[in-house]
Design a protein around this ligand. Structure first.
Ligand SMILES: Cc1cc2nc3c(=O)[nH]c(=O)nc-3n(C[C@H](O)[C@H](O)[C@H](O)COP(=O)(O)OP(=O)(O)OC[C@H]3O[C@@H](n4cnc5c(N)ncnc54)[C@H](O)[C@@H]3O)c2cc1C
Length: 477
């Protein structure tokens, strides 16, 4: 172990290998569900250093098969499935990409930018905007998460409806393989049918196949205007009808469609009383819609008002407000994005990040709500999410007065089983956007087909025969 540590210090410099002191920021996951112990936190400055670090670890592992040495790639450590932090063995190296945060180039004609993996998402949005472009990936963690982590987890966010997941926003990758070799896949091509898509293997692999060191990302023209509306709907079924109307009225202008249940919004009101939450007290669900317009604000407003008028007339909306300016729009998004933090303030709950075909969502929620109520009378359901993508954060909170930690300890397994069985029944996915990490490895075994699992294992064995990269996450080999 001593020789390996010496090698790592030599590669990245002693100042960038942390072994002592408080390493909580790297060892504990965002939800504080797991606190591991790293052998070291290693912070390379560039791709060559990443390659040398991986090579050194692979060589050590090969020479000492029982050492248990392995690598956990980490970006902003905002992941929600315990995928970016070390286990308790004290033998894992956290490879933090945070120092690799330059934008290498921006190609205005090709509508792309090439960036290093440790760039903060928010910095990339701002970099694109300064050049008059939109980089549309957006989520509440954007001030802390990195593009490497977004790619590693194929993150979704609030604009998937129009622009797709991170996978759809990426044209090329630079990757250090599990052997420490460099794969130069930084293409800006939109068409390239030359065999297996290696890029797509690394995206969403959650650091189990290699280390993403840079990416070429798609850019879009900035919209001329972006308007946000907040609507109260009488039921989730009506929210789905409104989504269909919004698609027809706004076409590609529809860039966001979020739904929020009454209890989720009441938690925001309770824990952040300075945030005025509109229209939620008399309505079981509210919807946040965003319309990005290529012409002008007046054009956007006219189309939005026409949509909402039609929806009010058809009874799928009971009341609505359109933000009058950018700061009001930001305030509405801020309310939506405060739901995760309001849940934290209320106490831990049992989280499910699921997707269901949009046409079956309302039925799923009604069926599963009533199964849960029968099973745990008084249970509270925090229900919100990216309805436009069929993605719900379907979280189960202890009944009023029941200790949250006790609830989690005694009910998590049963509740997960009930919810995921229901998801399977409705032909959905047990993880829409957060991934598998260490948290859902067993759940994946249960709900993915044996054929799919065997293909995944074969890929892992082929690309990482030493099981060096983030072992035990996503799939066990
Ligand atoms: C408040 C909040 C809101 C969120 N909202 C959303 C949302 O709307 N949509 C969504 O999808 N997620 C969301 N998330 C989850 C999280 O922010 C995203 O998954 C994000 O993409 C993680 O980025 P990160 O840099 O923090 O990655 P990390 O947490 O550091 O890592 C995530 C995974 O990727 C791997 N990884 C990291 N960097 C690399 C790399 N360079 N190469 C290979 N693998 C790597 C890690 O090993 C780990 O398995 C949210 C999280 C929070 C805290």
């Amino acid at each position: 172990m001593h020789t390996l540590m010496e090698d790592l210090r030599h590669i990245v410099g002693s100042a960038h290998v942390y072994t002592d002191g408080d390493l909580t920021a790297w060892e504990q996951d965002w939800r504080k569900r797991s606190h591991g112990k790293a052998l070291a936190v290693v912070r390379p400055a560039g791709t060559d250093e990443v390659a040398q670090v991986v090579k050194a670890c692979a060589a050590f592992r090969e020479a000492n098969p029982d050492s248990g040495i392995s690598i956990v790639p980490q970006g902003g450590n905002t992941g929600l499935v315990v995928g970016a932090t070390p286990d308790e063995s004290g033998r894992q190296i956290v490879l933090s990409l945070q120092r690799m945060n330059s934008v290498r180039s921006l190609d205005a004609d090709n509508l792309t930018m090439t960036v290093e993996a440790g760039c903060l998402l928010q910095n990339l949005q701002e970099h694109a905007e300064a050049a008059d472009f939109l980089f549309p990936l957006s989520m509440a963690s954007e001030g802390s998460c990195t593009i490497g982590g977004n790619l590693g987890s194929n993150a979704g966010g609030t604009q998937v409806l129009r622009y797709g997941n991170t996978r759809e926003l990426c044209l090329g990758l630079e990757v250090v393989t599990a052997q420490g070799e460099l794969w130069h896949g930084l293409t800006g091509l939109r068409k390239d049918n030359t065999g297996y898509d290696l890029r797509d293997l690394f995206i969403g692999a959650e650091g189990t196949l290699g280390v993403i060191t840079a990416a070429t990302l798609k850019l879009y023209p900035l919209p001329a205007a972006q308007l946000t509306a907040w609507a109260a709907v009488p039921s989730l079924e009506h929210a789905v009808t409104l989504l269909g109307l919004a698609h027809r009225h706004l076409g590609a202008g529809l860039t966001g469609f979020e739904t929020m249940g009454q209890f989720a919004l009441s938690l925001v009101s309770k824990h952040f009383p300075h945030l005025p939450v509109p229209l939620h007290s008399d309505s079981p669900f509210c919807v946040l819609l965003e319309n990005s317009d290529r012409e002008s604000e007046a054009h956007a407003r006219a189309r939005f008002e026409h949509l909402l008028e039609t929806a009010l007339n058809q009874g799928c909306v009971t009341d609505a407000v359109v933000a009058g300016n950018l700061s009001q729009a930001r305030q509405l998004w801020h309310i939506r994005e405060s739901i995760p933090l309001a849940q934290v303030a209320e106490g831990l709950n049992i989280k499910h990040d699921i997707s269901i075909p949009v046409s079956r969502l309302a039925d799923f929620v009604q069926t599963t709500d009533s199964l849960l109520q029968k099973f745990i009378p008084g249970v509270r359901l925090v229900n919100f999410g990216h309805l436009g993508d069929g993605n719900l954060h379907y979280n189960v909170q202890a009944p009023e007065g029941v200790n949250a930690a006790d609830f989690l300890r005694s009910q998590e397994e049963n509740v997960n089983r009930l919810v995921f069985d229901s998801v399977a029944e409705f032909k959905g996915s047990i993880s829409a956007e957060h991934g598998i990490g260490g948290l859902k490895v067993d759940t994946l075994q249960r709900y993915k087909s044996p054929v799919a699992l065997e293909m995944m294992r074969a890929i892992k064995r082929a690309l990482d025969p030493l099981n060096l990269m983030n072992p035990g996450r996503v799939i066990r080999v």
